[in-house]
Design a protein around this ligand. Sequence first.
Ligand SMILES: Nc1ncnc2c1ncn2[C@@H]1O[C@H](COP(=O)(O)OP(=O)(O)OP(=O)(O)O)[C@@H](O)[C@H]1O
Ligand SMILES: [Mg+2]
Length: 303
Amino acid sequence: MSDSPRGWGVTPSTDIPTVAFGNQKGGTGKTTATINSAAALASRGHDVLAIDMDPQADMTKGLGLGPGDDNDASNPKNDLPNELVTDDGNLLDVLVDNPRTHDTALSEIVIHTDEYEHLNYDLVPSHKDMGLARDWMDDASARLSLKVALEELIDEGYDYDFILIDCPPDLSVLTDAAFIAAQNVFLAAQTQATSRDALDDLWDQLESIENSQQIEIAIIGLLANMYRDDGQSKKFLNAFDESFASMAPIFKLPMRVAIQRAWDNGCDIFEWEDANDQQVERDLFLEIAETMERAFDKTQVKV
Ligand SMILES: Nc1ncnc2c1ncn2[C@@H]1O[C@H](COP(=O)(O)OP(=O)(O)OP(=O)(O)O)[C@@H](O)[C@H]1O
Ligand SMILES: [Mg+2]
């Protein structure tokens, strides 16, 4: 991986610490990291907003607010509405100037923690219309749209402690909008050969955004996900160490069945209970939460 001049630190993009979970490579654990880091911060007393920028809507589905499960009548997801098909304003309406919905504000589409039993933090869900983003968000202002929407939300008096954004697995306008809004990126990558090229491409993209927008973007952490205790994983963990350790902490998460089960049941790992112990996973995400608190100087919880 190329050397980077990036230093260890965070960027104050808006008044609220904001982090985008990214990697254009698919299936690396971005959504898992977003869902569970948000839950860990919430369990430590913080007010958190999570935003699902991915047209695949995995975070929305993973928290139970997508389609239910026809094969399992007892699945908690079946009790919740499918936010992906709502006729009300949606995230695409917020990001584009859509004449049909007349400037929907982000605050209008926030689902609040107390609305659904399984939600431990506020959520801006994705929507089936988000698949149209590439057609609608084709000018330079579109890349700034999430940042503008977040500033409006803050102006309206929302004072979350943290805002976490789940990015799609691409380097599209949606990902750019998330990176520009957050200016802090948490990477999720697997310890395997193909990750290196993906991270090099991501690096180039971040530099191009920094140059075009005249902003700085900080890397604030890396999840080395589905880590196995074998030579191959260790080799690529060493490569991550060489490229990132001076810049941001690296967290190792092995393959854990509870992560998948929690997801299948529309829960985060702090809510999910089964016969196995979930403490390993919880501890890891609590460590990530504590690191974010320290990085953004947010160790004091609001009362
Ligand atoms: N450490 C883990 N142990 C077990 N399963 C995991 C782990 N991390 C992620 N998964 C599972 O792997 C799948 C992919 O993870 P996830 O959706 O978080 O990746 P992603 O990077 O968001 O994917 P995409 O690029 O499609 O958005 C999910 O089903 C998730 O539950
Ligand atoms: Mg995802």
